[in-house]
Design a binder for this molecule. Structure first.
Ligand code: 5RP
Length: 222
């Protein structure tokens, strides 16, 4: 199976976590695009979606799925999104598509985070994938200096502006032994909007597509 076929398999498995009448939290990326396509097949059974990016909103609307404002809903039973890396504790690096801040907001509101991945995303230690950090433009040099102090090598994502009008620094060379600590530390740097570590609020369910089928893993209670 190709990587894209694996992504599609994980995305289809996520339909099992949607209940009739739900408003569904929808992430961003190529795996989620497969999920949106699959969700379109059951659009009459859901109320609509809350989206984590302009790109996903456009795709949802193109499929006739209503997109709700997060501030207009009382609760969100499920959020489905991909990841760039996920470890054994279901902490993740996300933001390869640059949508990390809205993704983190929707994840924070949701009752259950279902992560959909192909098996290449499962890692023993986070950090080989450069950690995206969304930064207020005037703070970029200051934030880059502080990230170097933490041992990383930040590189500005060229030609990219987030949906919120900010820059992304991709931080190379981090070996993240303490994902919650690193997430907290980076968020304390003045000028950081958020960083792509999803450890404080990690995934609850991992649907990991392998050549042998989709593995369903549930996070261990802490
Ligand atoms: C976007 C994300 C994506 O979930 C992550 O980059 C994975 O993307 P893909 O499904 O294309 O591999 O965090 O900001």
């Amino acid at each position: 199976m190709t990587q894209d076929e694996l992504k599609q398999a994980a995305a289809h498995a996520a339909l099992d976590y949607i209940t009739d009448g739900d408003i569904v939290g929808v992430g961003t990326g190529s795996t989620v695009n497969h999920f949106i396509n699959a969700l379109a097949g059951m659009r009459a059974r859901i109320r609509g979606a809350v989206s984590s990016s302009e790109a996903s909103s456009a795709r949802l609307r193109a499929h006739g799925i209503e997109v709700f404002d997060l501030n207009g809903i009382a609760s969100l039973p499920v959020y489905v999104d991909g990841a760039d890396e996920i470890d054994a504790s279901f902490a993740m690096i996300k933001g390869g598509g640059g949508a990390l801040t809205r993704e983190k907001i929707v994840a924070a509101v949701s009752e259950r985070f279902v992560c959909i991945c192909d098996a290449s995303k499962r890692v023993p230690v986070l950090g080989r994938f450069p950690l995206p950090v969304e930064v207020i433009p005037m703070a970029a040099r200051h934030v880059a200096r502080e990230l170097r102090r933490l041992g990383g090598e930040p590189k500005t994502r060229e030609g990219f502006i987030t949906d919120n009008g900010n820059l992304i620094l991709d931080v190379h060379g981090l070996e993240i032994a303490d994902p919650v600590g690193m997430e907290t530390r980076i968020n304390q740097i003045v000028g950081v909007v958020t960083n792509g570590l999803f450890a404080e609020r990690g995934a609850d369910v991992l649907l990991l597509a392998t050549a042998a089928g989709v593995e369903r893993h549930t996070a261990k209670p802490v």
